[in-house]
Design a protein around this ligand. Structure first.
Ligand code: NAD
Length: 250
């Protein structure tokens, strides 16, 4: 038995990095998966890999900052699979600059993808989940939505917004049997880190307070996503699950 057998899961930013990993794991655990992303080639490749492994998946082009595209994506998911039980709001971007160097354009695009994208996802999926009798929304924030760090002003503000939006939605949607939780990853080996993965000094600094003294692989966050997506977490809502190797502990 898969841990999410019979469920339909929609994962944004599913083309690469953690979104790809979440998509593959949820499919392996029995979900039908709707992979969405702005990167058509890599997104289609994730869906194809799921199908190659015997799973059921569909890729849809999707800019999470677009309200119009959100409605179309939910409609297509329901048309293809009849319902949506799980939404993983994973798509995100980072622009590393201190606040005084952050332009209004940097701020606006970061907020549009990381915060507005999650707001629109939570808002648009609710009628479909309500119709399905309930669901689970997992919003990917960051440890930088909880604690401070250098050179990440817009990113931190956008991830802090996700943390509180999650709690607000958990309160509003409990009446529909929809649970809403956030995940706060630490330093995870994905393309978002760019050249930093090869820069020993930068990695050392990023991991300075990580008590497990290493980066995580995407799958180590995917298992937390799976827990919150599945009925195993039936009494968890509005919670913030930190997956950071102890970064925020000391
Ligand atoms: N990697 C880390 O260390 C880390 C730590 C904490 C939180 N996060 C968060 O985890 C999430 C996944 O990050 P990742 O590390 O896998 O990054 P990644 O860059 O590897 O993947 C992000 C995905 O989002 C997609 N995307 C970007 N803009 C989009 C848009 N407007 N609409 C739809 N898709 C879009 C990209 O094409 C890509 O496939 C992000 O929200 C990120 O902020 C990452």
């Amino acid at each position: 038995m898969g841990r999410v057998d019979g469920k339909v899961a929609l994962i944004t930013g599913g083309a690469m990095g953690m979104g790809e990993s979440h998509s593959l794991l949820l499919a392996r655990e029995g979900a039908k998966v709707v992979v969405t992303d702005i990167d058509n080639e890599a997104g289609e490749a994730t869906a194809q890999q799921i199908r190659d492994e015997g799973g059921d998946a569909l890729f849809i082009h999707h800019d999470v900052a677009s309200e119009e595209q959100w409605q179309s994506v939910i409609d297509q998911a329901v048309e293809a699979y009849g319902k949506v039980d799980i939404l993983i709001n994973n798509a995100g971007i980072v622009i590393l600059k201190p606040n005084e160097e952050t332009t209004v354009e940097d701020w606006d695009i970061t907020m549009a993808v990381n915060s507005t994208g999650v707001f629109l996802g939570c808002k648009t999926v609710v009628p479909a989940m309500e119709k399905a009798g309930g669901g689970s929304i997992v919003n990917i924030s960051s440890i930088y939505g909880i604690i401070g760090a250098p050179n990440a002003a817009a990113y931190q503000a956008s991830k802090g917004a996700v943390r509180m939006l999650t709690k607000s939605c958990a309160v509003d949607y409990a009446q529909f049997n929809i649970r809403v939780n956030s995940i706060h990853p630490g330093v995870i080996r994905t393309p978002i880190l760019g050249d930093m993965v090869n820069d020993e000094a930068a990695i050392k600094q990023a991991l300075a307070t990580t008590i497990l003294e290493r980066m995580a692989e995407p799958i180590e966050v995917s298992y937390a996503v799976l827990l919150l997506a599945s009925d195993e977490s039936s009494y968890m809502t509005g919670s913030e699950l930190v997956v950071d190797g102890g970064y925020t502990t000391v």
